[in-house]
Design a protein around this ligand. Sequence first.
Ligand code: IPM
Ligand code: MN
Length: 353
Amino acid sequence: MKFKIAVLPGDGIGPEISEQGVAVMNAVCARYGHQVSYEYALCGADAIEKVGDPFPEATFQTCMQADAVLFSAVGDPKFDNDPTAKVRPEQGLLAMRQRLGLFANIRPIETFDCLVHKSPLKDELVRGADFVCIRELTGGMYFGEKYQDNEKAYDTNYYSRPEIERILRVGFEYARRRHHHLTVVDKANILASSRLWRQIANEMEPQYPDVTTDYMYVDNASMRMIQEPKFFDVIVTENTFGDILTDEGSCITGSMGLLPSASTGEHTPVFEPVHGSWPQAKGLNIANPLAQILCVAMLFEYFNLPEEGRCVREAVRASLDANVRTPEIQVAGGAQYGTREVGVWIADYIAKG
Ligand code: IPM
Ligand code: MN
């Protein structure tokens, strides 16, 4: 296959992990005879500084013309501490989601046995936990009508039937490809938007007789996720609930630095680590590149190249087993590897076959 990849390194540790994602992409393409080319584009605080816009038109065009976007991270404390800032890096992320029509955010929560001890949960609860959270990404309160003055404010949790149907379909299809268990997470006891979600999910259920569908209120789901994470196979939920639940999910695995995500929808899909830009670590060569590298696995899987995906996952596991790890997951007394060294080790492992 011929891949045209838009690379958006962004801010903080973004450029460093991006480099390793590209190195691994190159190694897999070389091994399996794919051609790949890259187009780099600005986003986040970096883009605000250079062109005054966190998701410039030129970046949008580069994304539209690519087969996939390899995204790293955006965010800079400069903006967090400035309440008067008119534009913020995060707005670039929302603009990208909206303009590329990325309505389905797929966040796999996978645990690695060798990292289970880093989890805040007991070993037996978390070992073997493996589920996918499908978060609606272009609707709900994030994008609904908003209002704010000094006395009142509101955000509208608007969802239309087609928006709900298309994301539920992604959920059902995912469950079908996994362990046939879908949990629809909502707040149907309180919210009208949730009641419509539940109604539509009920209507769709007969089309997926091979999938066991259950319904859970979001407060209960957040509790269940720490009490019994192995209960879940595929979760599907709206934008805001998905934002919160995926942070919870990511920390129970032991390292947020290991979780990739895919955002897919109407136009070019985006592959992005779940973690942020970790500005304090910028340039120090200590950030874990594995989430970004696993994004490359998800990218190949998206294009129906499971063998290439497996090859990346196997190389990541081998690096962990060989203790080639960045400081935050290194075992006591083990050698310390940098972002670059871990990436190079994995790319070499793939090249050697
Ligand atoms: C995420 C992030 C974003 C979100 C922010 C940075 C806009 O928290 O991707 O989960 O809230 O969606
Ligand atoms: Mn979030």
